[in-house]
Design a protein around this ligand. Sequence first.
Ligand code: COA
Ligand code: AMP
Length: 635
Amino acid sequence: MANTYEEVYRQSIEDPEGFWGEIAEDIHWYKKWDTVLDDSNPPFYRWFVGGELNTCYNALDIHVEQGRGDMLALIYDSPVTDTITKYTYAELRDEVATFAGVLSEQGVEKGDRVIIYMPMIPEAAIAMLACARIGAIHSVVFGGFAAKELATRINDAKPKVIVSASCGIERSRIIKYKPLLDEAIELSDTKPEKCIIFQRPQETASLVEGRDSDWTTLMASAEPVDCVPVAATDPLYILYTSGTTGEPKGVVRDNGGHAVALKWSMKAIYNIDEGDVWWTASDVGWVVGHSYIVYGPLLKGCTTIMFEGKPVGTPDAGVFWRIIAEHKVKCMFTAPTAYRAIKREDPRAELIKDYDLSHFEILFLAGERSDPDTIQWSERNLDVPVIDNYWQTETGWATAANCMGLHHFPVKYGSVTKAAPGSDVRVLDPNGHALEPGKIGALVVKLPLPPGTLLTLYNADWRFREAYMEEFPGFYKTGDAGYIDEDGYIYIMARTDDIINVAGHRLSTGAIEEVLADHPDVAECAVVGVADKLKGEVPVGFLVLNAGIDRDPQEIIAEVIQMVRDRIGPVVSFKKATVVERLPKTRSGKTLRGTIRKIANNQEYSVPATIGNPAILGEMAEALEKIGLAKARTD
Ligand code: COA
Ligand code: AMP
């Protein structure tokens, strides 16, 4: 007999309209949809066409109206400021309604964009939900990005208003956000009409007269506003993510499909019920933060924890256990790198012994490959299932998972288990032919994608087609290579493009190369990802200098490292580069990045038939050995 997962999965693929139509009944609609799935204009599929709803209403007001106003909606736990603040659903609804009033008074209307550049404080979630309340489109920019990256997003999204804070706190370091914001606005061609700044006690930012206002002052006099019905297909947010160039892609998410899929995923995938305490340790600037710090848990009516800190050093490697015990967390979600950091600091998990984790049921990991060692360490020390799940900014929720609310499959280390309901995952060869089990190829999802996935790229329908839809007609290209075994278990092996994953943060080596190439002494360059014990991968740069440069190469390396920090942000963790005489290239002049990556990772490589001068490979290995990376080969 088929288990629940198999039954549900089959239904979702064979009859997506029936399947999602039924699930959508769990959401409050002002007006019910006319069509569950409009497939008249592929690859631009639309869910719940004709329907009207409000995401904020479904995340907050409905719970208050149904008598759960006193239940905790959000717990802000910030070891870096020594603060714990709790909001009930009624309190959070009131804050959000008032801030929605602030936005309206600042001229924000339905369809206007609002950029949110904030640290992990409740005001970030309040600003997101306030946008949803009035039908404005938010675009949250991760705080670890530098001014130039923020400027690129301002130029693309053209926000009417930017909401920010005076500072973030990285361990004990104050990161002033306001100078970064001012610089970004200076750099951008489009200027926001207004900025709203939340002044934190740790830092007071100076405000630009006529443009900037103080959050608290505006809140004190604003009138709360009600939820505005929006079309199911109206955008809820734009979230920029790394593409293959320095130009980030603005992933557009709708209101209807998103609310339906996320609410359902809380039980089906994460086995979370209304009233449970759920914790995602990530950042609201990433998709994991959008979906599972803010929207998913609130739509479901849970208590969500917002954590401002690091897994280690705030104050120690026991902080995760303290939070799980203190707030009685049922399940938590984070990136494997967080657990690698704890494992490194406290390998025998001595600090767990101080806490009562009896309420804790499941640890979920995603965002990068989960190495078996980290999973097994966590299983051993927490004594709960440790469940990997695979997805992307584009998909918004899991494409593959062990769906714990449907059926708990045995874990196979190295696998993300099975395709999630709604996602028909396949593996194709370069000609688009299906590969047999066990063979590695391009991981794709048959169209249509399920609700809650990307509508398009903001202002770039052509790029949406080109990046995801053209190479394998009828399928969405994930950009990952992988395979599916005889039992239907999916394995994610590597990206097929130049995206790397640094501590769960998605970055483009192409974007880093663009910065290096801008240094006046650099003739050409290459950046590849190199395996790192803590962060999974880190970028390493190879620089070829202009002829006649006789400066100390170490100075140039220090300068490019600083440039990457200033232009993209510290989050890139670009700390290693080396100067080489030349880069290995094909006879037609294409840099052999794949081969460089293999050399840098000490992997076996064959000398490509197309290479112009094979001796260069030996030179690369020698250069890498000097910075402690690869071992030079003599053959
Ligand atoms: N604002 C400003 N700076 C930020 C920032 C933010 N929001 N987030 C990170 N940075 C800075 C850090 O201070 C650090 O700067 P440094 O080079 O001066 O030390 C740099 O960006 C890299 O940050 P991070 O990736 O957090 O590395 P770390 O060495 O400080 O900590 C880990 C390592 C593993 C503890 C950390 O990466 C972590 O907690 N990861 C959890 C995974 C996660 O949340 N992933 C998100 C996707 S699910
Ligand atoms: P992001 O868009 O930042 O969520 O990054 C998405 C990318 O991270 C995917 O395309 C994968 O390359 C990688 N990724 C996410 N989750 C996993 C996982 N569970 N296992 C392996 N890789 C993952």
